[in-house]
Design a protein around this ligand. Structure first.
Ligand code: ADP
Length: 492
Protein backbone atom coordinates (compact mmCIF):
# COMPACT_ATOMS: atom_id res chain seq x y z
CA UNK A 1 0.00 0.00 0.00
CA UNK A 2 2.71 2.40 1.02
CA UNK A 3 4.68 1.61 -2.12
CA UNK A 4 1.70 2.44 -4.24
CA UNK A 5 1.31 5.77 -2.48
CA UNK A 6 4.95 6.58 -3.10
CA UNK A 7 4.61 5.91 -6.77
CA UNK A 8 1.55 8.03 -7.16
CA UNK A 9 2.63 11.10 -5.33
CA UNK A 10 5.72 12.94 -6.40
CA UNK A 11 7.23 15.82 -4.44
CA UNK A 12 7.19 19.17 -6.17
CA UNK A 13 10.78 19.91 -5.18
CA UNK A 14 13.78 18.20 -3.62
CA UNK A 15 13.03 16.20 -0.51
CA UNK A 16 13.79 17.49 2.97
CA UNK A 17 16.45 14.78 3.30
CA UNK A 18 18.26 16.08 0.23
CA UNK A 19 17.98 19.67 1.39
CA UNK A 20 19.31 18.78 4.79
CA UNK A 21 22.20 16.76 3.33
CA UNK A 22 23.01 19.60 0.97
CA UNK A 23 22.85 22.23 3.72
CA UNK A 24 25.07 20.27 6.09
CA UNK A 25 27.68 19.52 3.42
CA UNK A 26 27.61 23.11 2.24
CA UNK A 27 28.19 24.27 5.80
CA UNK A 28 31.07 21.83 6.28
CA UNK A 29 32.48 22.84 2.89
CA UNK A 30 32.46 26.51 3.82
CA UNK A 31 34.00 25.92 7.24
CA UNK A 32 36.66 23.66 5.80
CA UNK A 33 37.46 26.10 2.99
CA UNK A 34 37.95 28.93 5.47
CA UNK A 35 40.15 26.71 7.59
CA UNK A 36 42.13 25.56 4.51
CA UNK A 37 42.67 29.09 3.22
CA UNK A 38 43.87 30.30 6.61
CA UNK A 39 46.21 27.30 6.97
CA UNK A 40 47.53 27.73 3.44
CA UNK A 41 48.11 31.47 3.74
CA UNK A 42 49.81 31.34 7.11
CA UNK A 43 52.03 28.41 6.11
CA UNK A 44 53.08 30.08 2.86
CA UNK A 45 53.86 33.36 4.63
CA UNK A 46 55.84 31.57 7.31
CA UNK A 47 57.97 29.63 4.83
CA UNK A 48 58.60 32.66 2.61
CA UNK A 49 59.66 34.68 5.66
CA UNK A 50 61.98 31.87 6.75
CA UNK A 51 63.56 31.56 3.28
CA UNK A 52 64.05 35.31 3.14
CA UNK A 53 65.74 35.35 6.50
CA UNK A 54 68.00 32.49 5.32
CA UNK A 55 69.04 34.55 2.30
CA UNK A 56 69.74 37.57 4.49
CA UNK A 57 71.70 35.44 6.96
CA UNK A 58 73.84 34.14 4.13
CA UNK A 59 74.55 37.66 2.95
CA UNK A 60 75.46 38.70 6.49
CA UNK A 61 77.81 35.72 6.94
CA UNK A 62 79.54 36.52 3.67
CA UNK A 63 79.86 40.16 4.55
CA UNK A 64 81.30 39.32 7.97
CA UNK A 65 83.88 36.94 6.60
CA UNK A 66 85.02 39.20 3.81
CA UNK A 67 85.18 42.30 6.00
CA UNK A 68 88.44 41.13 7.60
CA UNK A 69 90.23 41.77 4.27
CA UNK A 70 92.14 45.02 4.09
CA UNK A 71 92.44 45.34 0.35
CA UNK A 72 90.25 44.55 -2.61
CA UNK A 73 90.15 40.79 -3.08
CA UNK A 74 90.74 38.80 -6.16
CA UNK A 75 90.10 35.29 -7.40
CA UNK A 76 93.25 34.12 -5.60
CA UNK A 77 92.51 35.11 -2.00
CA UNK A 78 88.75 35.21 -1.88
CA UNK A 79 88.28 31.53 -1.00
CA UNK A 80 90.61 31.85 2.00
CA UNK A 81 88.51 34.62 3.40
CA UNK A 82 85.30 32.77 2.79
CA UNK A 83 86.22 29.49 4.47
CA UNK A 84 87.58 31.17 7.61
CA UNK A 85 84.78 31.64 10.05
CA UNK A 86 85.75 34.64 12.17
CA UNK A 87 83.32 33.79 14.96
CA UNK A 88 84.07 30.10 15.20
CA UNK A 89 87.81 30.72 15.07
CA UNK A 90 87.68 32.26 18.53
CA UNK A 91 84.93 30.18 19.91
CA UNK A 92 86.07 26.61 20.26
CA UNK A 93 86.29 26.95 24.07
CA UNK A 94 86.43 23.64 25.91
CA UNK A 95 84.82 21.65 23.15
CA UNK A 96 87.96 20.72 21.36
CA UNK A 97 86.47 17.48 20.09
CA UNK A 98 83.51 19.22 18.62
CA UNK A 99 83.65 19.48 14.90
CA UNK A 100 81.14 21.91 13.68
CA UNK A 101 80.33 22.17 10.03
CA UNK A 102 80.81 25.68 8.79
CA UNK A 103 77.29 27.07 8.46
CA UNK A 104 77.95 29.16 5.39
CA UNK A 105 79.64 26.29 3.57
CA UNK A 106 76.82 23.96 4.65
CA UNK A 107 74.27 26.38 3.30
CA UNK A 108 76.09 26.73 0.01
CA UNK A 109 76.39 22.96 -0.22
CA UNK A 110 72.62 22.60 -0.41
CA UNK A 111 72.66 23.93 -3.94
CA UNK A 112 69.58 25.98 -3.25
CA UNK A 113 71.63 29.04 -2.60
CA UNK A 114 74.33 30.55 -4.80
CA UNK A 115 76.87 33.10 -3.74
CA UNK A 116 78.64 35.42 -6.12
CA UNK A 117 81.47 37.79 -5.24
CA UNK A 118 82.59 40.53 -7.63
CA UNK A 119 85.62 42.73 -7.56
CA UNK A 120 85.32 46.49 -7.36
CA UNK A 121 84.86 46.59 -11.16
CA UNK A 122 81.94 44.21 -11.03
CA UNK A 123 83.90 41.23 -12.47
CA UNK A 124 83.01 37.84 -11.03
CA UNK A 125 85.79 36.52 -8.86
CA UNK A 126 83.85 33.86 -6.99
CA UNK A 127 80.72 31.86 -7.74
CA UNK A 128 79.12 28.70 -6.46
CA UNK A 129 77.13 28.02 -9.66
CA UNK A 130 78.25 27.03 -13.12
CA UNK A 131 76.53 29.81 -14.91
CA UNK A 132 77.43 33.41 -14.52
CA UNK A 133 75.19 35.93 -12.87
CA UNK A 134 75.97 39.58 -13.44
CA UNK A 135 75.98 41.94 -10.48
CA UNK A 136 72.44 43.25 -10.34
CA UNK A 137 73.22 46.49 -8.55
CA UNK A 138 76.17 48.29 -7.02
CA UNK A 139 73.89 49.58 -4.31
CA UNK A 140 72.67 47.50 -1.43
CA UNK A 141 69.38 45.83 -2.45
CA UNK A 142 66.88 44.18 -0.20
CA UNK A 143 65.92 40.53 -0.79
CA UNK A 144 63.41 40.51 -3.67
CA UNK A 145 61.82 37.53 -5.36
CA UNK A 146 63.36 37.36 -8.87
CA UNK A 147 63.21 34.71 -11.58
CA UNK A 148 66.54 33.71 -13.06
CA UNK A 149 66.74 30.92 -15.66
CA UNK A 150 63.15 29.89 -14.89
CA UNK A 151 63.89 29.52 -11.21
CA UNK A 152 62.42 31.90 -8.66
CA UNK A 153 64.35 32.95 -5.58
CA UNK A 154 65.45 35.82 -3.39
CA UNK A 155 68.11 37.97 -4.99
CA UNK A 156 70.07 40.52 -3.00
CA UNK A 157 73.33 42.31 -3.49
CA UNK A 158 75.56 44.42 -1.29
CA UNK A 159 78.82 46.35 -1.58
CA UNK A 160 81.47 44.89 0.77
CA UNK A 161 83.78 47.13 2.80
CA UNK A 162 86.82 46.36 4.87
CA UNK A 163 86.09 46.67 8.57
CA UNK A 164 89.54 48.13 9.19
CA UNK A 165 90.22 50.44 6.23
CA UNK A 166 86.55 51.08 5.43
CA UNK A 167 87.43 50.78 1.77
CA UNK A 168 85.29 49.14 -0.89
CA UNK A 169 86.54 45.57 -1.38
CA UNK A 170 84.04 44.33 -3.96
CA UNK A 171 80.40 43.21 -4.14
CA UNK A 172 78.51 40.20 -2.87
CA UNK A 173 75.35 38.79 -4.41
CA UNK A 174 73.17 36.02 -3.08
CA UNK A 175 70.52 34.12 -5.02
CA UNK A 176 68.43 31.95 -2.71
CA UNK A 177 66.12 29.61 -4.68
CA UNK A 178 62.61 28.98 -3.51
CA UNK A 179 62.40 25.40 -4.87
CA UNK A 180 61.77 23.95 -1.41
CA UNK A 181 59.08 26.48 -0.75
CA UNK A 182 57.26 25.71 -4.03
CA UNK A 183 57.46 22.01 -3.38
CA UNK A 184 55.94 22.39 0.11
CA UNK A 185 53.33 24.83 -1.17
CA UNK A 186 52.21 22.52 -3.96
CA UNK A 187 52.02 19.54 -1.67
CA UNK A 188 50.03 21.52 0.90
CA UNK A 189 47.66 22.72 -1.78
CA UNK A 190 47.01 19.25 -3.19
CA UNK A 191 46.59 17.79 0.32
CA UNK A 192 44.05 20.48 1.21
CA UNK A 193 42.12 19.97 -2.04
CA UNK A 194 42.00 16.20 -1.54
CA UNK A 195 40.88 16.68 2.07
CA UNK A 196 38.23 19.13 0.94
CA UNK A 197 36.83 16.70 -1.64
CA UNK A 198 36.90 13.82 0.85
CA UNK A 199 35.16 15.93 3.52
CA UNK A 200 32.56 17.07 0.99
CA UNK A 201 31.79 13.51 -0.08
CA UNK A 202 31.79 12.23 3.50
CA UNK A 203 29.68 15.07 4.88
CA UNK A 204 27.07 14.86 2.13
CA UNK A 205 26.92 11.06 2.47
CA UNK A 206 26.71 11.24 6.23
CA UNK A 207 24.27 14.13 6.05
CA UNK A 208 22.07 12.12 3.73
CA UNK A 209 22.15 9.02 5.93
CA UNK A 210 21.55 10.99 9.14
CA UNK A 211 18.78 13.13 7.71
CA UNK A 212 16.99 10.15 6.20
CA UNK A 213 17.27 8.46 9.60
CA UNK A 214 15.96 11.46 11.53
CA UNK A 215 13.26 12.31 9.02
CA UNK A 216 11.99 8.76 8.68
CA UNK A 217 9.06 9.47 11.04
CA UNK A 218 8.08 12.39 8.83
CA UNK A 219 7.85 10.06 5.86
CA UNK A 220 5.69 7.67 7.87
CA UNK A 221 3.48 10.60 8.85
CA UNK A 222 3.22 11.76 5.27
CA UNK A 223 2.38 8.26 4.02
CA UNK A 224 -0.35 7.91 6.65
CA UNK A 225 -1.83 11.28 5.69
CA UNK A 226 -1.75 10.22 2.07
CA UNK A 227 -3.65 7.02 2.87
CA UNK A 228 -6.28 9.07 4.75
CA UNK A 229 -6.48 11.59 1.93
CA UNK A 230 -7.18 8.81 -0.52
CA UNK A 231 -9.59 7.02 1.71
CA UNK A 232 -11.13 9.21 4.45
CA UNK A 233 -13.00 6.18 5.80
CA UNK A 234 -9.79 4.28 6.58
CA UNK A 235 -8.99 3.66 10.21
CA UNK A 236 -5.20 3.91 9.95
CA UNK A 237 -3.06 5.56 12.58
CA UNK A 238 0.54 6.72 12.46
CA UNK A 239 2.63 3.84 13.87
CA UNK A 240 4.28 4.60 17.21
CA UNK A 241 7.53 6.50 16.79
CA UNK A 242 10.11 5.58 19.39
CA UNK A 243 12.42 8.58 18.94
CA UNK A 244 10.58 10.56 21.66
CA UNK A 245 11.36 13.85 19.96
CA UNK A 246 9.22 16.54 18.32
CA UNK A 247 8.34 14.23 15.45
CA UNK A 248 7.11 11.52 17.84
CA UNK A 249 5.07 14.23 19.53
CA UNK A 250 3.72 15.35 16.19
CA UNK A 251 2.69 11.79 15.35
CA UNK A 252 0.94 11.51 18.70
CA UNK A 253 -0.88 14.80 18.21
CA UNK A 254 -1.82 13.74 14.70
CA UNK A 255 -3.23 10.47 16.00
CA UNK A 256 -5.21 12.27 18.70
CA UNK A 257 -6.52 14.68 16.09
CA UNK A 258 -7.50 11.76 13.88
CA UNK A 259 -9.37 10.10 16.74
CA UNK A 260 -11.21 13.31 17.55
CA UNK A 261 -12.06 13.92 13.95
CA UNK A 262 -13.33 10.39 13.51
CA UNK A 263 -15.35 10.68 16.69
CA UNK A 264 -16.78 13.93 15.47
CA UNK A 265 -17.68 12.50 12.08
CA UNK A 266 -19.15 9.46 13.76
CA UNK A 267 -21.23 11.61 16.11
CA UNK A 268 -22.40 13.73 13.18
CA UNK A 269 -23.46 10.56 11.38
CA UNK A 270 -25.23 9.34 14.48
CA UNK A 271 -26.88 12.70 14.86
CA UNK A 272 -28.27 12.61 11.35
CA UNK A 273 -29.45 9.02 11.91
CA UNK A 274 -31.03 9.99 15.23
CA UNK A 275 -32.72 13.06 13.79
CA UNK A 276 -34.22 11.15 10.90
CA UNK A 277 -35.30 8.46 13.33
CA UNK A 278 -36.88 11.02 15.64
CA UNK A 279 -38.68 12.70 12.77
CA UNK A 280 -39.91 9.43 11.33
CA UNK A 281 -42.49 8.84 14.11
CA UNK A 282 -44.32 12.21 13.92
CA UNK A 283 -44.21 12.13 10.12
CA UNK A 284 -45.65 8.58 10.12
CA UNK A 285 -48.37 9.58 12.58
CA UNK A 286 -49.40 12.60 10.47
CA UNK A 287 -49.24 10.53 7.30
CA UNK A 288 -51.51 7.87 8.89
CA UNK A 289 -54.06 10.43 9.93
CA UNK A 290 -54.06 12.18 6.55
CA UNK A 291 -54.43 8.84 4.73
CA UNK A 292 -57.32 7.92 6.94
CA UNK A 293 -58.99 11.29 6.36
CA UNK A 294 -58.34 10.98 2.69
CA UNK A 295 -59.96 7.56 2.45
CA UNK A 296 -63.04 8.00 4.62
CA UNK A 297 -62.42 9.95 7.81
CA UNK A 298 -63.08 13.44 6.45
CA UNK A 299 -66.79 12.72 6.38
CA UNK A 300 -66.86 11.81 10.03
CA UNK A 301 -66.55 15.08 11.99
CA UNK A 302 -65.42 13.25 15.13
CA UNK A 303 -62.58 11.45 13.35
CA UNK A 304 -61.69 14.65 11.51
CA UNK A 305 -61.40 16.55 14.79
CA UNK A 306 -59.37 13.82 16.42
CA UNK A 307 -56.99 13.48 13.46
CA UNK A 308 -56.42 17.20 13.13
CA UNK A 309 -55.70 17.46 16.86
CA UNK A 310 -53.30 14.51 16.77
CA UNK A 311 -51.53 15.89 13.69
CA UNK A 312 -51.16 19.33 15.26
CA UNK A 313 -49.68 17.70 18.35
CA UNK A 314 -47.11 15.86 16.21
CA UNK A 315 -46.31 19.06 14.32
CA UNK A 316 -45.69 20.95 17.55
CA UNK A 317 -43.42 18.09 18.65
CA UNK A 318 -41.49 18.38 15.41
CA UNK A 319 -41.29 22.12 15.92
CA UNK A 320 -39.84 21.72 19.39
CA UNK A 321 -37.44 19.06 18.11
CA UNK A 322 -36.20 21.35 15.33
CA UNK A 323 -35.87 24.20 17.86
CA UNK A 324 -33.87 22.02 20.25
CA UNK A 325 -31.61 20.79 17.49
CA UNK A 326 -30.99 24.38 16.53
CA UNK A 327 -30.24 25.20 20.17
CA UNK A 328 -27.79 22.35 20.37
CA UNK A 329 -26.05 23.35 17.18
CA UNK A 330 -25.86 26.95 18.43
CA UNK A 331 -24.53 25.80 21.79
CA UNK A 332 -21.81 23.93 19.95
CA UNK A 333 -20.79 27.11 18.16
CA UNK A 334 -21.25 29.63 20.96
CA UNK A 335 -17.87 29.02 22.54
CA UNK A 336 -16.04 31.59 20.47
CA UNK A 337 -18.81 34.15 20.14
CA UNK A 338 -19.74 34.63 23.78
CA UNK A 339 -16.56 33.60 25.53
CA UNK A 340 -16.11 36.88 27.39
CA UNK A 341 -19.71 37.56 28.36
CA UNK A 342 -20.55 37.79 32.05
CA UNK A 343 -23.80 37.81 33.99
CA UNK A 344 -25.06 38.26 37.55
CA UNK A 345 -25.32 34.78 38.99
CA UNK A 346 -27.86 35.41 41.76
CA UNK A 347 -30.06 37.69 39.69
CA UNK A 348 -30.53 35.10 36.91
CA UNK A 349 -31.30 32.30 39.36
CA UNK A 350 -33.89 34.38 41.22
CA UNK A 351 -35.52 35.48 37.99
CA UNK A 352 -35.91 31.92 36.65
CA UNK A 353 -37.00 30.74 40.11
CA UNK A 354 -39.78 33.38 40.23
CA UNK A 355 -40.91 32.56 36.70
CA UNK A 356 -41.22 28.86 37.54
CA UNK A 357 -43.21 29.70 40.67
CA UNK A 358 -45.74 31.50 38.47
CA UNK A 359 -45.67 28.89 35.69
CA UNK A 360 -46.21 25.91 38.00
CA UNK A 361 -48.33 27.06 40.94
CA UNK A 362 -48.97 23.45 41.95
CA UNK A 363 -45.24 23.03 42.72
CA UNK A 364 -43.35 24.16 45.80
CA UNK A 365 -40.09 25.86 44.79
CA UNK A 366 -37.62 26.73 47.52
CA UNK A 367 -34.27 28.43 47.33
CA UNK A 368 -31.36 28.11 49.72
CA UNK A 369 -28.98 31.02 49.19
CA UNK A 370 -25.54 30.88 50.87
CA UNK A 371 -24.18 33.86 49.04
CA UNK A 372 -23.93 37.15 50.97
CA UNK A 373 -23.50 39.23 47.80
CA UNK A 374 -23.98 39.11 44.06
CA UNK A 375 -21.41 37.10 42.07
CA UNK A 376 -20.36 37.71 38.50
CA UNK A 377 -20.24 34.52 36.48
CA UNK A 378 -18.41 33.93 33.24
CA UNK A 379 -21.35 33.03 31.04
CA UNK A 380 -23.64 34.74 28.55
CA UNK A 381 -26.92 35.59 30.35
CA UNK A 382 -29.23 33.92 27.81
CA UNK A 383 -27.20 30.74 27.96
CA UNK A 384 -27.23 30.78 31.76
CA UNK A 385 -31.03 31.16 31.79
CA UNK A 386 -31.48 28.45 29.15
CA UNK A 387 -29.34 26.09 31.17
CA UNK A 388 -31.26 26.58 34.43
CA UNK A 389 -34.59 26.36 32.60
CA UNK A 390 -33.63 22.97 31.07
CA UNK A 391 -32.81 21.50 34.48
CA UNK A 392 -35.83 23.03 36.21
CA UNK A 393 -38.08 21.87 33.34
CA UNK A 394 -36.82 18.33 33.79
CA UNK A 395 -37.31 18.54 37.55
CA UNK A 396 -40.94 19.50 36.97
CA UNK A 397 -41.41 17.02 34.11
CA UNK A 398 -40.05 14.01 35.97
CA UNK A 399 -41.60 14.77 39.36
CA UNK A 400 -44.21 12.34 40.59
CA UNK A 401 -46.30 12.70 43.72
CA UNK A 402 -44.07 15.02 45.70
CA UNK A 403 -44.21 18.24 43.71
CA UNK A 404 -41.24 19.99 45.25
CA UNK A 405 -38.13 21.46 43.69
CA UNK A 406 -35.27 22.69 45.80
CA UNK A 407 -32.62 25.09 44.51
CA UNK A 408 -29.44 25.98 46.38
CA UNK A 409 -26.72 28.38 45.37
CA UNK A 410 -23.24 28.63 46.87
CA UNK A 411 -19.65 29.39 46.05
CA UNK A 412 -16.63 27.09 46.26
CA UNK A 413 -13.15 27.30 44.73
CA UNK A 414 -14.13 30.33 42.70
CA UNK A 415 -17.02 28.44 41.16
CA UNK A 416 -20.67 29.38 41.35
CA UNK A 417 -22.52 26.23 42.28
CA UNK A 418 -26.22 25.69 41.60
CA UNK A 419 -27.84 22.50 42.85
CA UNK A 420 -31.36 21.65 41.66
CA UNK A 421 -33.08 18.83 43.47
CA UNK A 422 -36.38 17.13 42.76
CA UNK A 423 -38.15 14.28 44.50
CA UNK A 424 -39.49 12.57 41.37
CA UNK A 425 -38.92 9.30 39.58
CA UNK A 426 -35.11 9.41 39.67
CA UNK A 427 -32.75 7.65 37.27
CA UNK A 428 -31.40 4.12 37.58
CA UNK A 429 -27.68 3.87 38.34
CA UNK A 430 -26.76 2.31 34.99
CA UNK A 431 -28.57 5.06 33.07
CA UNK A 432 -27.45 8.06 35.04
CA UNK A 433 -24.33 8.94 33.02
CA UNK A 434 -26.10 8.44 29.69
CA UNK A 435 -28.67 11.18 30.25
CA UNK A 436 -26.29 13.76 28.76
CA UNK A 437 -26.09 11.90 25.46
CA UNK A 438 -28.05 13.23 22.51
CA UNK A 439 -31.54 11.82 22.13
CA UNK A 440 -31.08 9.69 25.20
CA UNK A 441 -34.28 9.15 27.16
CA UNK A 442 -34.54 6.66 29.98
CA UNK A 443 -38.08 5.71 29.04
CA UNK A 444 -38.64 6.70 25.43
CA UNK A 445 -42.41 6.38 25.45
CA UNK A 446 -42.86 8.17 28.77
CA UNK A 447 -40.53 11.00 27.86
CA UNK A 448 -42.24 11.35 24.50
CA UNK A 449 -45.56 11.74 26.24
CA UNK A 450 -44.04 14.48 28.35
CA UNK A 451 -42.73 16.22 25.25
CA UNK A 452 -39.11 15.21 25.76
CA UNK A 453 -36.79 14.82 22.80
CA UNK A 454 -33.72 13.78 24.78
CA UNK A 455 -31.76 16.87 23.73
CA UNK A 456 -32.20 19.16 26.76
CA UNK A 457 -29.35 17.80 28.84
CA UNK A 458 -26.96 17.59 25.86
CA UNK A 459 -27.63 21.28 25.24
CA UNK A 460 -27.07 22.04 28.94
CA UNK A 461 -23.79 20.10 29.04
CA UNK A 462 -22.53 21.71 25.87
CA UNK A 463 -23.34 25.19 27.22
CA UNK A 464 -21.67 24.60 30.59
CA UNK A 465 -18.55 23.16 29.00
CA UNK A 466 -18.30 26.06 26.58
CA UNK A 467 -17.76 28.32 29.59
CA UNK A 468 -15.28 25.95 31.27
CA UNK A 469 -17.90 24.90 33.78
CA UNK A 470 -19.07 21.47 34.81
CA UNK A 471 -22.38 19.67 35.25
CA UNK A 472 -22.98 16.51 37.24
CA UNK A 473 -25.92 14.43 38.35
CA UNK A 474 -26.74 12.23 41.33
CA UNK A 475 -29.92 10.26 41.34
CA UNK A 476 -31.65 7.45 43.09
CA UNK A 477 -34.47 5.58 41.43
CA UNK A 478 -37.83 6.46 42.95
CA UNK A 479 -36.26 9.03 45.31
CA UNK A 480 -35.31 11.95 43.15
CA UNK A 481 -32.43 13.62 41.36
CA UNK A 482 -29.92 16.41 42.03
CA UNK A 483 -28.20 18.24 39.18
CA UNK A 484 -25.17 20.33 40.10
CA UNK A 485 -23.87 23.06 37.85
CA UNK A 486 -20.52 24.82 38.36
CA UNK A 487 -19.74 28.04 36.51
CA UNK A 488 -16.46 29.97 36.94
CA UNK A 489 -16.79 33.22 38.88
CA UNK A 490 -15.13 36.28 37.35
CA UNK A 491 -12.08 37.23 39.40
CA UNK A 492 -12.48 40.69 40.93
P1 ADP B 1 -35.86 15.25 27.61
O1 ADP B 1 -36.22 16.32 26.66
O2 ADP B 1 -36.32 13.92 27.19
O3 ADP B 1 -36.19 15.57 29.03
P2 ADP B 1 -33.16 15.53 28.51
O4 ADP B 1 -31.90 15.47 27.77
O5 ADP B 1 -33.50 16.78 29.22
O6 ADP B 1 -34.30 15.14 27.49
O7 ADP B 1 -33.13 14.35 29.52
C1 ADP B 1 -32.76 13.07 29.12
C2 ADP B 1 -33.41 12.00 29.94
O8 ADP B 1 -32.91 12.04 31.27
C3 ADP B 1 -34.90 12.20 30.11
O9 ADP B 1 -35.58 11.59 29.06
C4 ADP B 1 -35.17 11.53 31.42
O10 ADP B 1 -35.36 10.14 31.20
C5 ADP B 1 -33.90 11.72 32.20
N1 ADP B 1 -34.01 12.83 33.15
C6 ADP B 1 -33.63 14.08 32.98
N2 ADP B 1 -33.87 14.83 34.07
C7 ADP B 1 -34.44 14.04 34.98
C8 ADP B 1 -34.94 14.21 36.31
N3 ADP B 1 -34.88 15.39 36.94
N4 ADP B 1 -35.47 13.15 36.92
C9 ADP B 1 -35.52 11.96 36.31
N5 ADP B 1 -35.07 11.71 35.06
C10 ADP B 1 -34.55 12.74 34.40
Amino acid sequence: MRKKVKQQRELKGPSLTLKWAFASSFFIFVVFTIFAVITYKSTVNLIVAREKSNAQQMMRDTELRLAVAEEAFDAGNIVNYLIADPIKANDYGDNENLYEIDPLIAELGQRLSSLYVYDVYGQTIFKTEDQNLALSSREETAAEITTINDEAGFLMSKPLYSSKTKELLGYGQVFYKLNNFYEIRNRLLSTLIILEIVSLVLSSGLGFILSSYFLKPLKVLRDTMEVIRKNPQSTVHVPKISSNDELADLAEIFNEMLDRMRLYIESQEHFVEDVSHELRTPVAVIEGHLNMLNRWGKDDPEILDESILASLQEISRMKSLVQEMLDLSRAEQSEIMYKNEISNGKEVIYQVFNNFKILYPEFVFTIDDDLPKEEQVQIYRNHFEQLIIIILDNAVKYSTKRKEVHISISKSHNQFEIAIQDFGEGIAEEEVQKVFNRFYRVDKARARNKGGNGLGLSIAKQLVENYKGRISVESSLGQGTIFRIFIPIVAE
